[in-house]
Design a protein around this ligand. Structure first.
Ligand SMILES: [Zn+2]
Length: 144
């Protein structure tokens, strides 16, 4: 484990599947963050072999539904005064709105501009979602 300055108040995103950390890092635009951010790739983990970790020294709001879509095995730790005050275990959300987009060109959500994109969890093992309007099935990894 690298020696990384601990954070005072912020968020540690832990147990990220190795290789997915960079995707989360980019999605949260952490390359432009004006506060301290640590990105650890390929750390040893007793639970899942290799993992990525992201430490953010700031209390930012993160859409946990999107984070759950990227990797439902993530743990989010909330840090206050250098202590973990909350551990959030993610899972695949049952329902997501305006995160996944339908791929069916004839779907009403593709043709109508102002309609809410709604998807329901179809199969947890396959990580697939079903469009509320046309029943098109898409993968959880296909978020915009
Ligand atoms: Zn659809």
């Amino acid at each position: 484990m690298l020696n990384i300055e601990e954070i005072r108040n912020g968020i540690v995103i832990d147990h990220i599947k190795a290789g997915l950390g960079i995707r989360i890092f980019n999605w949260l635009h952490l390359d432009k963050a004006p506060y301290m951010v640590a990105y650890v790739a390929n750390a040893n983990s007793q639970r899942c072999g290799r993992k990525d970790i992201i430490k953010i020294d700031n209390t930012i709001s993160i859409n946990l539904d999107v984070l759950g879509l990227i990797d439902p095995n993530i743990t989010v730790n909330i840090i206050e005064n250098e202590r973990i005050t909350k551990k959030i275990k993610l899972s695949l959300p049952e329902k997501v709105e305006n995160v996944l987009l339908c791929k069916n060109p004839r779907c009403i959500s593709s043709t109508e501009k102002y309609i809410t994109h709604v998807f329901h969890l179809e199969n947890e093992d396959l990580r697939t979602y079903r469009c509320e309007y046309c029943d098109e099935i898409i993968s959880a990894g296909d978020f915009k």
